[in-house]
Design a binder for this molecule. Structure first.
Ligand SMILES: *[C@@H]1O[C@H](CO)[C@@H](O)[C@H](O)[C@H]1NC(C)=O
Length: 321
Protein backbone atom coordinates (compact mmCIF):
# COMPACT_ATOMS: atom_id res chain seq x y z
CA UNK A 1 0.00 0.00 0.00
CA UNK A 2 2.64 2.42 1.13
CA UNK A 3 4.79 1.76 -1.94
CA UNK A 4 1.89 2.25 -4.33
CA UNK A 5 1.06 5.48 -2.54
CA UNK A 6 4.52 6.93 -2.84
CA UNK A 7 4.96 5.96 -6.48
CA UNK A 8 1.67 7.67 -7.33
CA UNK A 9 2.95 10.67 -5.46
CA UNK A 10 6.18 10.70 -7.47
CA UNK A 11 4.25 10.36 -10.74
CA UNK A 12 1.98 13.23 -9.88
CA UNK A 13 4.86 15.48 -8.94
CA UNK A 14 6.65 14.51 -12.12
CA UNK A 15 3.56 15.10 -14.24
CA UNK A 16 3.11 18.48 -12.61
CA UNK A 17 6.70 19.51 -13.29
CA UNK A 18 6.34 18.39 -16.88
CA UNK A 19 3.30 20.51 -17.53
CA UNK A 20 4.71 23.52 -15.68
CA UNK A 21 7.91 23.41 -17.71
CA UNK A 22 6.04 23.49 -21.00
CA UNK A 23 4.77 26.95 -20.07
CA UNK A 24 1.76 26.47 -22.30
CA UNK A 25 -1.68 27.81 -21.31
CA UNK A 26 -3.78 25.23 -19.57
CA UNK A 27 -6.09 23.14 -21.75
CA UNK A 28 -9.63 23.58 -20.48
CA UNK A 29 -10.64 20.17 -21.79
CA UNK A 30 -7.90 18.13 -20.19
CA UNK A 31 -8.57 14.85 -18.43
CA UNK A 32 -9.76 14.75 -14.83
CA UNK A 33 -7.14 12.46 -13.32
CA UNK A 34 -7.02 13.45 -9.65
CA UNK A 35 -9.68 11.48 -7.79
CA UNK A 36 -8.77 12.88 -4.36
CA UNK A 37 -9.39 16.59 -4.89
CA UNK A 38 -9.36 19.17 -2.12
CA UNK A 39 -11.14 22.48 -2.75
CA UNK A 40 -10.18 25.44 -0.58
CA UNK A 41 -12.93 27.71 0.74
CA UNK A 42 -11.89 31.19 1.88
CA UNK A 43 -13.42 31.99 5.24
CA UNK A 44 -15.67 35.04 5.26
CA UNK A 45 -15.53 37.98 7.64
CA UNK A 46 -18.33 38.05 10.22
CA UNK A 47 -20.35 41.24 9.85
CA UNK A 48 -23.69 40.12 11.34
CA UNK A 49 -23.95 41.22 15.01
CA UNK A 50 -25.68 37.97 15.99
CA UNK A 51 -22.71 35.96 14.70
CA UNK A 52 -19.95 38.02 16.30
CA UNK A 53 -19.85 36.14 19.64
CA UNK A 54 -18.81 32.97 17.79
CA UNK A 55 -15.78 34.09 15.83
CA UNK A 56 -14.23 36.64 13.50
CA UNK A 57 -14.57 34.55 10.35
CA UNK A 58 -16.93 31.80 9.21
CA UNK A 59 -18.05 29.46 6.45
CA UNK A 60 -21.74 28.47 6.24
CA UNK A 61 -22.00 24.67 6.13
CA UNK A 62 -24.10 24.87 2.97
CA UNK A 63 -21.01 25.76 0.90
CA UNK A 64 -19.01 22.94 2.47
CA UNK A 65 -21.78 20.44 1.75
CA UNK A 66 -22.05 21.78 -1.80
CA UNK A 67 -18.39 21.02 -2.47
CA UNK A 68 -18.44 17.70 -0.58
CA UNK A 69 -21.54 16.59 -2.51
CA UNK A 70 -19.54 16.91 -5.72
CA UNK A 71 -16.98 14.39 -4.46
CA UNK A 72 -14.32 16.69 -3.02
CA UNK A 73 -12.92 17.39 0.40
CA UNK A 74 -12.76 20.93 1.77
CA UNK A 75 -9.95 22.92 3.27
CA UNK A 76 -11.01 26.08 5.13
CA UNK A 77 -8.57 28.92 4.44
CA UNK A 78 -8.10 31.55 7.13
CA UNK A 79 -7.60 35.22 6.32
CA UNK A 80 -4.74 35.86 8.73
CA UNK A 81 -1.82 34.09 7.05
CA UNK A 82 1.29 35.43 5.31
CA UNK A 83 1.56 35.49 1.51
CA UNK A 84 4.12 32.65 1.56
CA UNK A 85 1.66 30.50 3.52
CA UNK A 86 -1.03 31.08 0.88
CA UNK A 87 1.50 30.19 -1.82
CA UNK A 88 2.10 26.90 -0.03
CA UNK A 89 -1.64 26.23 0.33
CA UNK A 90 -2.07 26.97 -3.37
CA UNK A 91 0.35 24.13 -4.18
CA UNK A 92 -1.69 21.81 -1.93
CA UNK A 93 -5.26 22.37 -3.13
CA UNK A 94 -7.08 21.73 -6.40
CA UNK A 95 -9.44 24.68 -6.63
CA UNK A 96 -10.89 27.60 -4.73
CA UNK A 97 -14.44 28.63 -3.78
CA UNK A 98 -15.10 32.29 -3.02
CA UNK A 99 -18.36 32.42 -1.07
CA UNK A 100 -20.99 35.10 -0.61
CA UNK A 101 -21.18 37.50 2.30
CA UNK A 102 -20.45 41.13 2.94
CA UNK A 103 -16.96 42.61 2.73
CA UNK A 104 -15.12 45.47 1.06
CA UNK A 105 -13.99 44.15 -2.33
CA UNK A 106 -10.81 46.23 -2.36
CA UNK A 107 -9.61 46.67 1.22
CA UNK A 108 -10.89 43.69 3.26
CA UNK A 109 -8.78 40.70 4.27
CA UNK A 110 -11.16 38.57 2.19
CA UNK A 111 -10.30 40.65 -0.89
CA UNK A 112 -6.58 40.65 -0.05
CA UNK A 113 -6.39 36.86 0.24
CA UNK A 114 -8.63 36.27 -2.78
CA UNK A 115 -6.31 38.46 -4.85
CA UNK A 116 -3.27 36.39 -3.85
CA UNK A 117 -4.99 33.17 -4.96
CA UNK A 118 -6.39 34.81 -8.09
CA UNK A 119 -2.93 35.91 -9.22
CA UNK A 120 -1.42 32.52 -8.45
CA UNK A 121 -4.23 30.80 -10.38
CA UNK A 122 -3.91 33.17 -13.31
CA UNK A 123 -0.18 32.48 -13.67
CA UNK A 124 -0.57 28.74 -13.04
CA UNK A 125 -3.24 28.35 -15.71
CA UNK A 126 -1.22 30.45 -18.14
CA UNK A 127 1.65 28.03 -17.61
CA UNK A 128 -0.42 24.87 -18.08
CA UNK A 129 -1.02 24.14 -14.38
CA UNK A 130 -4.81 23.79 -14.18
CA UNK A 131 -6.45 25.50 -11.19
CA UNK A 132 -10.20 26.36 -11.08
CA UNK A 133 -11.90 29.14 -9.12
CA UNK A 134 -15.65 29.46 -8.45
CA UNK A 135 -17.22 32.65 -7.10
CA UNK A 136 -20.74 32.70 -5.70
CA UNK A 137 -22.61 36.02 -5.21
CA UNK A 138 -20.04 38.33 -3.58
CA UNK A 139 -17.42 35.79 -4.69
CA UNK A 140 -18.45 36.41 -8.30
CA UNK A 141 -18.47 40.16 -7.74
CA UNK A 142 -14.94 39.90 -6.37
CA UNK A 143 -13.84 37.94 -9.46
CA UNK A 144 -15.08 40.79 -11.64
CA UNK A 145 -13.15 43.31 -9.52
CA UNK A 146 -9.99 41.20 -9.82
CA UNK A 147 -10.31 40.79 -13.58
CA UNK A 148 -11.33 44.38 -14.30
CA UNK A 149 -8.90 45.89 -11.78
CA UNK A 150 -11.69 48.15 -10.56
CA UNK A 151 -14.98 47.92 -8.73
CA UNK A 152 -17.75 48.11 -11.34
CA UNK A 153 -20.64 47.18 -9.07
CA UNK A 154 -23.86 49.11 -8.92
CA UNK A 155 -27.23 48.69 -7.26
CA UNK A 156 -28.96 45.62 -8.72
CA UNK A 157 -31.11 44.51 -5.83
CA UNK A 158 -32.65 41.08 -6.13
CA UNK A 159 -33.21 40.22 -2.49
CA UNK A 160 -34.82 36.96 -1.51
CA UNK A 161 -36.19 36.15 -4.93
CA UNK A 162 -35.86 32.98 -7.01
CA UNK A 163 -35.56 33.56 -10.75
CA UNK A 164 -35.21 31.62 -14.01
CA UNK A 165 -32.06 32.54 -15.97
CA UNK A 166 -32.11 34.49 -19.22
CA UNK A 167 -29.51 32.32 -20.93
CA UNK A 168 -27.39 33.89 -23.64
CA UNK A 169 -26.46 32.05 -26.88
CA UNK A 170 -23.02 31.46 -25.30
CA UNK A 171 -24.61 29.25 -22.62
CA UNK A 172 -25.17 26.58 -25.27
CA UNK A 173 -21.46 26.21 -25.88
CA UNK A 174 -20.39 26.75 -22.26
CA UNK A 175 -18.40 24.30 -20.19
CA UNK A 176 -20.54 24.93 -17.11
CA UNK A 177 -23.77 23.73 -18.70
CA UNK A 178 -22.25 21.24 -21.16
CA UNK A 179 -23.33 18.12 -19.26
CA UNK A 180 -26.84 19.36 -18.49
CA UNK A 181 -29.78 17.37 -19.90
CA UNK A 182 -31.89 19.45 -22.29
CA UNK A 183 -34.88 19.16 -19.94
CA UNK A 184 -32.91 20.97 -17.22
CA UNK A 185 -31.65 23.64 -19.63
CA UNK A 186 -35.27 24.30 -20.55
CA UNK A 187 -36.34 24.39 -16.90
CA UNK A 188 -33.50 26.78 -16.11
CA UNK A 189 -35.05 29.39 -18.40
CA UNK A 190 -38.64 28.81 -17.30
CA UNK A 191 -38.66 27.91 -13.60
CA UNK A 192 -37.37 29.95 -10.63
CA UNK A 193 -34.38 27.70 -9.92
CA UNK A 194 -31.81 30.34 -8.90
CA UNK A 195 -31.96 32.02 -5.49
CA UNK A 196 -30.91 35.69 -5.45
CA UNK A 197 -29.87 37.48 -2.25
CA UNK A 198 -27.95 40.56 -3.32
CA UNK A 199 -28.08 44.35 -3.49
CA UNK A 200 -25.18 44.90 -5.89
CA UNK A 201 -24.04 43.40 -9.14
CA UNK A 202 -22.49 44.11 -12.52
CA UNK A 203 -24.87 45.63 -15.05
CA UNK A 204 -24.88 43.90 -18.44
CA UNK A 205 -24.19 47.28 -20.05
CA UNK A 206 -21.12 47.79 -17.83
CA UNK A 207 -19.93 44.26 -18.57
CA UNK A 208 -20.23 44.77 -22.32
CA UNK A 209 -18.50 48.14 -22.22
CA UNK A 210 -15.60 46.91 -20.11
CA UNK A 211 -12.87 45.56 -22.37
CA UNK A 212 -11.25 43.47 -19.61
CA UNK A 213 -14.42 41.73 -18.43
CA UNK A 214 -15.69 41.29 -21.96
CA UNK A 215 -12.50 39.66 -23.20
CA UNK A 216 -11.95 37.52 -20.09
CA UNK A 217 -15.44 36.12 -19.44
CA UNK A 218 -18.21 34.64 -21.52
CA UNK A 219 -21.58 35.95 -20.37
CA UNK A 220 -23.84 32.92 -19.89
CA UNK A 221 -26.93 34.47 -18.32
CA UNK A 222 -28.54 37.73 -17.23
CA UNK A 223 -31.42 38.76 -14.97
CA UNK A 224 -33.39 41.88 -14.18
CA UNK A 225 -33.09 43.56 -10.76
CA UNK A 226 -35.91 45.17 -8.81
CA UNK A 227 -34.81 48.59 -10.13
CA UNK A 228 -35.00 47.35 -13.72
CA UNK A 229 -31.24 47.05 -14.28
CA UNK A 230 -30.13 44.03 -16.32
CA UNK A 231 -27.35 42.36 -14.36
CA UNK A 232 -24.80 39.67 -15.09
CA UNK A 233 -25.92 36.44 -13.41
CA UNK A 234 -23.58 33.71 -14.74
CA UNK A 235 -20.07 33.96 -16.25
CA UNK A 236 -17.19 31.65 -17.13
CA UNK A 237 -13.62 32.36 -18.18
CA UNK A 238 -12.98 32.06 -21.91
CA UNK A 239 -9.50 30.60 -21.46
CA UNK A 240 -9.32 30.18 -17.68
CA UNK A 241 -11.35 27.76 -15.52
CA UNK A 242 -12.90 30.60 -13.51
CA UNK A 243 -16.65 30.61 -12.91
CA UNK A 244 -19.07 33.06 -11.34
CA UNK A 245 -22.73 33.02 -10.36
CA UNK A 246 -24.55 36.00 -8.85
CA UNK A 247 -27.07 33.49 -7.44
CA UNK A 248 -26.66 30.73 -4.86
CA UNK A 249 -26.61 27.12 -6.10
CA UNK A 250 -25.82 25.80 -2.58
CA UNK A 251 -29.10 26.97 -1.02
CA UNK A 252 -31.16 24.71 -3.30
CA UNK A 253 -30.11 21.67 -1.29
CA UNK A 254 -28.67 22.95 1.96
CA UNK A 255 -30.62 25.92 3.31
CA UNK A 256 -34.23 25.72 4.46
CA UNK A 257 -35.44 28.92 6.14
CA UNK A 258 -39.16 29.18 5.38
CA UNK A 259 -39.04 32.96 4.94
CA UNK A 260 -36.31 32.67 2.32
CA UNK A 261 -37.15 31.83 -1.26
CA UNK A 262 -34.75 28.93 -1.56
CA UNK A 263 -35.64 26.80 -4.60
CA UNK A 264 -36.12 23.18 -3.54
CA UNK A 265 -37.90 21.62 -6.53
CA UNK A 266 -36.50 18.50 -8.18
CA UNK A 267 -35.03 20.65 -10.96
CA UNK A 268 -33.53 23.06 -8.41
CA UNK A 269 -31.85 20.18 -6.61
CA UNK A 270 -30.60 18.71 -9.90
CA UNK A 271 -29.15 22.10 -10.88
CA UNK A 272 -27.28 22.39 -7.59
CA UNK A 273 -25.99 18.79 -7.81
CA UNK A 274 -24.75 19.11 -11.37
CA UNK A 275 -22.93 22.37 -10.68
CA UNK A 276 -21.20 20.89 -7.63
CA UNK A 277 -20.16 17.88 -9.71
CA UNK A 278 -19.03 20.15 -12.53
CA UNK A 279 -16.80 22.30 -10.33
CA UNK A 280 -15.31 19.37 -8.43
CA UNK A 281 -14.57 17.71 -11.76
CA UNK A 282 -12.64 20.85 -12.67
CA UNK A 283 -10.72 20.30 -9.43
CA UNK A 284 -9.89 16.74 -10.57
CA UNK A 285 -7.86 18.27 -13.41
CA UNK A 286 -5.48 19.82 -10.87
CA UNK A 287 -2.49 17.81 -9.73
CA UNK A 288 -1.62 19.93 -6.71
CA UNK A 289 -1.31 17.93 -3.50
CA UNK A 290 -0.20 18.04 0.10
CA UNK A 291 3.35 17.11 1.02
CA UNK A 292 2.17 14.16 3.13
CA UNK A 293 -1.07 12.54 4.42
CA UNK A 294 -0.63 14.01 7.92
CA UNK A 295 -0.44 17.56 6.59
CA UNK A 296 -3.49 16.86 4.41
CA UNK A 297 -5.51 15.47 7.34
CA UNK A 298 -4.70 18.40 9.58
CA UNK A 299 -5.70 20.87 6.84
CA UNK A 300 -9.16 19.50 6.01
CA UNK A 301 -12.38 20.79 7.54
CA UNK A 302 -13.33 17.41 9.04
CA UNK A 303 -11.65 18.28 12.33
CA UNK A 304 -13.77 21.42 12.66
CA UNK A 305 -17.34 21.31 13.95
CA UNK A 306 -20.16 23.51 12.67
CA UNK A 307 -22.61 24.96 15.18
CA UNK A 308 -26.38 25.11 14.92
CA UNK A 309 -27.27 28.59 13.61
CA UNK A 310 -30.86 28.06 12.48
CA UNK A 311 -32.22 30.10 15.38
CA UNK A 312 -30.16 33.27 14.81
CA UNK A 313 -29.15 33.36 11.12
CA UNK A 314 -30.53 32.41 7.70
CA UNK A 315 -28.15 29.43 7.70
CA UNK A 316 -28.75 26.05 9.31
CA UNK A 317 -25.17 25.45 10.46
CA UNK A 318 -21.99 27.53 10.40
CA UNK A 319 -18.29 26.79 10.88
CA UNK A 320 -16.62 29.58 12.83
CA UNK A 321 -12.87 30.21 12.76
C1 LIG B 1 -29.95 28.60 19.49
O1 LIG B 1 -30.10 27.24 19.84
C2 LIG B 1 -29.03 26.73 20.62
C3 LIG B 1 -29.22 25.22 20.73
O2 LIG B 1 -30.53 24.91 21.15
C4 LIG B 1 -28.99 27.42 21.95
O3 LIG B 1 -27.95 26.94 22.74
C5 LIG B 1 -28.80 28.92 21.72
O4 LIG B 1 -28.86 29.62 22.93
C6 LIG B 1 -29.86 29.46 20.76
N1 LIG B 1 -29.52 30.82 20.39
C7 LIG B 1 -30.40 31.78 20.33
C8 LIG B 1 -29.87 33.14 19.95
O5 LIG B 1 -31.58 31.62 20.57
Amino acid sequence: MLNTGSSTYVCLVFACCLCCNKAMPTSLNQEAVNDRPVIGILTQIVSDEAMKPFGRTYIPSSYVKFIESGGSRVMPIRLTLETTEYEKIFRNINGLLLIGGSADLKTSDFARVAKIFYRLALTANDEGDFFPIWGTCMGMQLLTVLVAGENLLEATTAENVALPLNLTPEADSSRMFEGFPSSLMKALTQEPLTGNFHHYGVAVKTFKENEKLQSFFSLLSTNIAENGVHFVSTIEGKTHPFYGVQWHPEVNRFQWKRKQNYPHSAHAVQLSSLLAEFFVNEGRKSLHQFDNPEEEASSLIYKDTPIYAGNFTGYEQIYFF
